[in-house]
Design a protein around this ligand. Structure first.
Ligand code: UDP
Ligand code: MN
Length: 511
């Protein structure tokens, strides 16, 4: 079954096809386990499995089941890419997928003169079948016409098309950030669309992205990222009710779209969601705006942090970052990374995170530093040119971003104290990340529970003279643990004892 991606990217007088410039970046690197060295004795067995089923494996995004006697081999192959390569290789390069869009999206129409886009896919030791499926799912174009010759005849024609595609090769392993920069520099489209090398695009994915950029060139737009199972390659629709955030460790996280954002859209779920951060793998951006806003931080290595860096930068410097809920693209989410990180995974990610914290987060970088001790010893190189960029673009402070774009952040916007372990927030919570000190009974121990922001059991009043932390609900003071408390601090009647005195570091009296 052939799947068309309907996208009027470039329209000439009658109607058109190809349009997408596809750039592939390939790293030259040591490759012990590359897919081209794959065990081809497997193919007859796979074909046998396929012929036993009436429909080809994985059609309509269905899960692929590997027969029992192939499972050992399957596990072996899994290690190469950290996904089920055997399943992937069984699926057609242009398999069909369900139309997972909201009903309201299926009837939307878009202007004829949408900007065109170049698509940049960077990859490092990607599997043949996932890479090819990515390309196949973006290549075919336009439809929406009733003329006969645009049906069968066009299908046949398109089947023989050579898509304009260039492969750029990095001289050495450079990481996804610098590889994308190389790709971006070679684009000619009005828009640049970045995709990972293991994606599958669904019907109508591109028009809503391009249409939003046409409306506002400073909108940087992401599709909903659907989940392609790393185990079975089943295609599962992602939710339009989650958006991007991050925690104190600067890990990207999905969170529920808050009520304020639903209200802003007057409950219309087909409208773009303003998201505080993006996952980073899949997005479209106006090409000249990409330049203007400072592309990527080329001082970042391999992988990690670049998505938050870009998210903060876009918001703080006057753009907007949105999830276009009418656009769906699938991505194979992996539990582990299949490739090496020269220099060590932790080192690389900490360095990248320090670069973004130092340039964009102002005093709030301390939240990251206190929860990740040791990170301050990581050398992050020279960020002066990124700071100069921030200066020249007259970007807003991080506090503005927290206040206006991400008020539901785990990082308290206002706090009295920031110590090695906890912060004492303006809501009088004692808090680390999204956990708060909570006491629910008299003379009871305290526990860490998810912050509920309702004060109650999680409110402690600090007395800067007596140095006590009064648990207001119980009218008891936080006391040092004794032997029988198993080292957990406990509530006791306030006595003024030394064991009830707490020193909050970096205390400010007003917030
Ligand atoms: N990638 C790359 N060079 C690297 C690391 C990653 O080109 O050094 C590519 C990788 O092949 C993929 C994209 O960057 O197309 C994102 O990486 P990955 O899929 O591992 O990240 P994830 O989706 O797990 O966040
Ligand atoms: Mn990926």
């Amino acid at each position: 079954m052939r799947r068309f991606v309907y996208c009027k990217v470039v329209l000439t007088t009658s109607l058109v096809w190809v349009l997408v410039d596809v750039f592939l970046l390939l790293y030259f690197s040591e490759c012990n386990k590359c897919d081209n060295k794959k065990d081809h004795s497997l193919l007859p067995a796979l074909r046998a499995v396929m012929s036993r089923t009436h429909v080809a494996p994985g059609e309509m995004g269905k899960a692929v089941v590997i027969p029992k006697d192939e499972q050992e081999k399957m596990k072996e192959l899994f290690k190469i890419n950290q996904f089920n390569l055997m399943a992937s290789d069984m699926i057609a390069l242009n398999r069909s997928l369900p139309d997972v869009r909201l009903d309201g999206c299926k009837t939307k129409t878009y202007p004829d003169d949408l900007p065109n886009t170049s698509i940049v896919i960077v990859f490092h030791n990607e599997a043949w079948s996932t890479l090819l499926r990515t390309i196949h799912s973006i290549l075919l174009v336009d439809d929406a016409s009733e003329r006969d010759f645009l049906k069968k005849k066009l299908e046949h024609h398109v089947a023989t098309l050579e898509v304009p595609m260039r492969i750029l090769r990095m001289e050495q392993r450079s990481g996804l950030i610098r590889a994308r920069l190389r790709g971006a520099a070679a684009t000619r489209g009005q828009v640049i669309t970045f995709l990972d090398a293991h994606c599958e695009c669904t019907v109508g994915w591109l028009e809503p992205l391009l249409a939003r950029i046409k409306e506002d060139r400073r909108a940087v737009v992401c599709p909903i990222i659907d989940v392609i199972s790393d185990e079975t390659f089943e295609y599962m629709a992602g939710s339009d009710m989650t958006y991007g955030g991050f925690n104190w460790k600067l890990n990207f996280r999905w969170y529920p779209v808050p009520q304020r954002e639903m209200d802003r859209r007057k409950g219309d779920r087909t409208l773009p969601v303003r998201t505080p951060t993006m996952a980073g793998g899949l997005f479209s951006i106006d090409r000249t705006y990409f330049e203007e806003i400072g592309t990527y931080d080329s001082g970042m290595d391999i992988w990690g942090g670049e998505n938050l860096e870009m998210s903060f930068r876009i918001w703080q410097c006057g753009g907007s970052l949105e999830i276009v809920t009418c656009s769906h693209v699938g991505h194979v989410f992996r539990k582990a990374t299949p490739y090496s990180f020269p220099g060590g995974t932790g080192q690389v990610i900490n360095k990248n995170n320090r670069r973004l914290a130092e340039v964009w987060m102002d005093e709030f970088k301390d939240f990251f530093y206190i929860i990740s001790p040791g990170v301050v010893r990581v050398d992050y190189g020279d960020v002066s040119s990124r700071k100069a960029l921030r200066e020249s673009l007259k970007c807003k402070p991080f506090s503005w971003y927290l206040e206006n774009i991400y008020p539901d952040s785990q990082i308290p916007r206002r706090y009295y104290s920031l110590g090695e372990v906890f912060s004492y927030t303006a809501d009088k919570e004692i808090r680390t990340d999204d956990l708060c000190l909570d006491a629910s009974r008299l003379n009871g121990p305290v526990v860490m529970l998810k912050c509920h922001h309702m004060k109650g059991n999680q409110m402690f009043e600090y007395d800067a003279e007596r140095l006590t932390l009064l648990h207001v609900n119980s009218n008891q003071c936080l006391d040092m643990p004794s032997e029988e408390d198993k080292m957990v601090p406990t509530l006791r009647d306030c006595s003024g004892r030394r064991s009830q005195q707490w020193i909050l570091r970096n205390m400010t009296l007003s917030v």
